[in-house]
Design a protein around this ligand. Structure first.
Ligand SMILES: [Zn+2]
Length: 839
């Protein structure tokens, strides 16, 4: 993680990678150069291989498959249809792969082809349009690489037979594809092996397509994914590779609930950290099979930790893949933090079993000056992917005595043994994840009532910040006497300001965190864990674990030191006002309830951000912090960056989650999920508010409290949240008259668009009152967009008077009010209850 001090890149990162299910995808394979013609002439056609029984040999055989030079066909009009995708191979040549275990798993094509796809889902068509300019996939192509475990081969054969096409031998064609196939195969071998070894295979179909207009892209239909259909492309932007998901959706024949193979029941993790910070670990996983007939268990573990052994409960070593070939995935989003364990026998549904994974490597790095950094924060132990499994954790650590170690759970044992310390932490409630941190910490305790928190900060600053502080001493403290022009050091410098120590601020931060917990308890219900540990991490982000919060070093620095360390003013405010409390709010939103899918992750981030803002606002009521931040977020959402074709908000709706971080506007994820998300929660609160009540926020509080209670230690979907809002909605919120909040969630969560309003009006006196008639003009959104827009009458006699709300029904909505004052102007939503702009 680079140290970044700009506002745009200040991130409250939280397990963004989880729930991201990008599979092995092709990158740059078209660059594989064809072999020279002379060489092709002597190439021997490959022959069919017998099927190996050993999974490793099977895997290697899958990698080694090549197009069969003796089965090359010249084709005309070959058609394949998979879900909403139509592939037409108009003319050219194809070659079948050599069969393995009696199955042909691949075909390559060179010639003229066309692909057409129209997703049913409007949001996915919109996403295609974002990347391709049109809401359908409609591309001609010249080369295609197909891999599959479905019946593609026999379907193609049937069409060839019907046309009377005969195979011919064409070693040059097969050889021409050889290099690309060698590069591409390993990305599919494990997935194909899943089905080869399973009694209940789930169809897999992949097409790597090379189009002259858009380059190489992927088309995937995989029965093992929650959203089976994926269309997308990796792109390099500023030196880093981002995967652009053009569309991802469920196939028409998708099962009602997602396919799950294995679920964890509990984890025991033993970790030894050596003096050189290398890590040796063993995770004992207690698992349950959710499906019969499976032989491969996919696990996640950092690629920086090499698996040494995986064994079953009976102590027999199990075959696994933590393969070199997978490392190419590392350049894509999720990296190759995957381990695939092969069971000796096929699973039976509900069967429970134990695995022990032993590994060794390095996930902790030295940030300098005695500050350590635990990288790979979610993958330091072997676990089943996804964060929606809440289970007990038993963590054991051994570590060098000079460090203090903090971990999720309750510390139930600790001992000193010479130069090392040992400790054991157990979860008292189920956790979705576990984490730890270590450093040469100074510790402070703060407590009030039942709540106890411990804060751990480094005595010293990490090198990166220290250097910046040193560099900036001269800039910020100009010499009182100018140095001589000849460059010799003749000036008299004032003494440099003292280097701050993060631990100096501990006490202050501790009381703030404690105070915020009490504030959040009023909204969310009791603090969900036995205690909270707050620990410093190098860098510029924070992260919230069950009962443990990581905070950036910046959060531990006084404002002047933050400035000297290069943090811009807004970054300072963000670090001071939001970050610590955002992470504390994640104790509930993210650790009591988690996101059901990537499309729901906005709820956790939006809630954490909004609650941190509410807290900040409550501390400084006269400073209008809420208003300041809401305006900032709105500006960020509606500004078009220089050179950009659209705003971050237009890049896509919040429901796209991580997909917003595409090469189009890489910062869109942050801007939309945090900024727009904050506004969405704010608008809900405003709508639920009852200003006439002694407790205006009672409904909002009830919403938060009950969502957390009813979904405690479970995954929360946007639909669950929507239903909870509907249970508390007021008549004024029922804009469609259906007792549903569909209109709100469609517009603000599943669609893009921020309306712009203008008002035109006339005033006529009537008796002692005035009749105000006019129209509210709505722009920048679709005609069906609806909102309840508050209008206020500004007049010469004092504070603006509320006229009422206008529920828009298209681009122009007429209104009619009676008022006792003569309006000089009509103000549109002066109290910022609606995300909109006004003329
Ligand atoms: Zn967050």
């Amino acid at each position: 993680m680079p140290y970044v001090a700009t506002v745009e890149s200040m991130r409250f990162r939280r397990r963004v990678s989880h729930g991201v299910a990008v599979i092995a995808l092709c990158l740059g394979w078209i660059a594989a150069p064809p072999r020279c013609a002379a060489f092709q002439a002597v190439a021997t056609p490959p022959t069919a291989q017998p099927a190996p029984a050993n999974p490793r040999a099977l895997y290697q055989a899958l990698n080694g498959l090549r197009p069969d030079a003796s089965r090359v066909y010249s084709i005309h009009e070959l058609n394949l249809r998979r879900d909403v995708i139509s592939l037409k191979l108009t003319e050219g040549r194809i070659a079948f792969f050599e069969p393995l275990k009696g199955h042909v798993t691949g075909v390559v094509f060179t010639g003229r082809g066309h692909i057409l796809a129209t997703p049913h889902d409007r949001g996915e068509r919109r996403s295609l349009a974002e990347f391709l300019g049109v809401p359908i996939l409609d591309q001609s192509f010249t080369r295609a690489y197909f891999r599959f475990t479905d019946d593609t081969a026999s379907e193609v054969e049937q069409q060839l037979r019907a046309e009377g096409d005969e195979p011919s031998s064409d070693p040059a064609f097969a050889e021409n594809w050889g290099r690309a196939v060698a590069v591409l195969n390993p990305w599919h071998s494990l997935r194909i092996m899943f089905d080869f070894l399973s009694e209940n295979p789930l169809p897999y179909f992949y097409a790597g397509i090379v189009s002259e207009s858009v380059g190489a892209f992927d088309v995937l239909i995989d029965g093992r994914r929650n959203e089976q259909v994926l269309i997308g492309q990796p792109r390099v932007e500023n030196g880093s590779v981002l995967y652009n998901v053009w569309a991802s959706f469920q196939a028409g024949n998708a099962p009602a609930s997602p396919i799950q193979m294995f679920a964890p029941l509990d984890y025991r993790v033993d970790t030894t950290i050596a003096a050189d910070l290398s890590l040796e670990g063993k995770t004992a996983l207690h698992l349950k099979a959710l499906r019969s007939g499976e032989r491969i268990i996919p696990l996640e573990l950092s690629h920086n930790l090499a698996v040494e052994q995986i064994q079953s409960a009976g102590g027999e070593p199990l075959l696994y893949f933590q393969n070199e070939d997978l490392s190419r995935r590392d350049i894509l989003r999720r990296g190759n933090d995957s381990v695939f364990v092969v069971l000796p026998e096929q699973s039976q549904v509900d069967e429970e079993f134990h695995l022990e994974v032993t590994y060794r490597g390095s996930v902790i790095s030295d940030a300098g000056n005695g500050v350590e950094f635990v990288g790979d924060r979610g993958t330091w132990y072997a676990h089943v992917g996804g964060t929606d499994h809440f289970v007990p954790f038993d963590l054991n650590f051994r570590w060098p005595k000079r460090f203090a170690l903090v971990a999720t759970g309750n510390k139930v044992e600790s001992r000193d043994e010479g130069d090392t310390k040992t400790g054991r932490w157990r979860s008292s409630v189920p956790f979705a994840v576990a984490g730890f941190n270590l450093g040469e910490y100074k510790m402070e305790t703060a407590s009030s009532g039942q709540m106890k928190i411990q804060l751990y900060a480094n005595r010293q600053l990490e090198d990166a910040i220290l250097e910046r502080l040193r560099d900036n001493v001269l800039v910020l403290a100009p010499p009182t006497v100018l140095p001589p022009l000849d460059g010799t050091t003749g000036g008299i410098l004032p003494p440099p300001p003292p280097m701050p120590s993060p631990s100096d601020l501990l006490r202050h931060l501790g009381s703030q965190v404690l105070d915020s917990i009490h504030f959040f308890e009023k909204l969310n219900g009791p603090f969900p864990f036995d205690h909270l540990d707050v620990s410093q991490i190098p860098g510029s982000f924070g992260q919230g674990w069950p009962g443990l919060v990581y905070l950036s070093t910046y959060a531990f620095l006084p404002p002047d030191a933050q400035a000297r360390a290069g943090l811009e003013e807004r970054g300072q405010e963000e670090t001071r006002e939001l970050m610590p409390f955002h992470e504390v709010a994640h104790q509930w939103w993210g650790n009591v309830v988690v996101s059901a899918t990537y499309r729901d992750s906005w709820i956790q981030e939006a809630m954490a951000n909004y609650l941190s803002l509410l807290y900040d606002d409550s501390k400084k009521p006269s400073e209008h912090r809420m208003e300041t931040w809401l305006r900032r977020f709105r500006d960020q959402l509606t500004v078009t960056a220089p050179g950009a074709a659209e705003t971050a908000e237009q890049a896509g709706p919040m429901s796209l989650g991580f997909r917003l971080a595409s090469s189009k506007i890489p910062g869109a994820y942050e801007t939309v999920v945090y900024g727009k998300g904050t506004w969405v929660i704010h608008m809900l609160r405003e709508m639920l508010r009852d200003p006439s009540s002694a407790d205006p926020d009672a409904r909002f509080r009830d919403l938060l409290h009950s969502v957390l209670t009813e979904n405690r230690f479970r995954a929360l979907s946007t639909e669950d949240f929507e239903r909870a809002v509907e249970q508390r909605m007021t008549p004024a919120m029922d804009l469609e008259g259906t007792h549903r909040m569909n209109w709100f969630f469609e517009q603000w969560v599943r669609e893009t668009g921020i309306p712009r309003y203008k008002v035109e009006f006339q005033v006529k006196p009537r008796g002692s009152e005035f009749q105000v008639t006019g129209k509210l003009v709505q722009r920048n959104v679709e005609g069906i967009f609806t909102a309840s827009v508050p209008l206020y009458a500004a007049h010469t006699g004092g504070k603006p008077e509320r006229l009422g709300n206008v529920a828009t029904t298209g681009s122009e909505t007429r209104f009619h009010f009676t008022t006792r004052v003569r309006p000089t102007r009509i103000l549109i939503d002066p109290h910022l209850t609606l995300l909109c702009r006004t003329d």
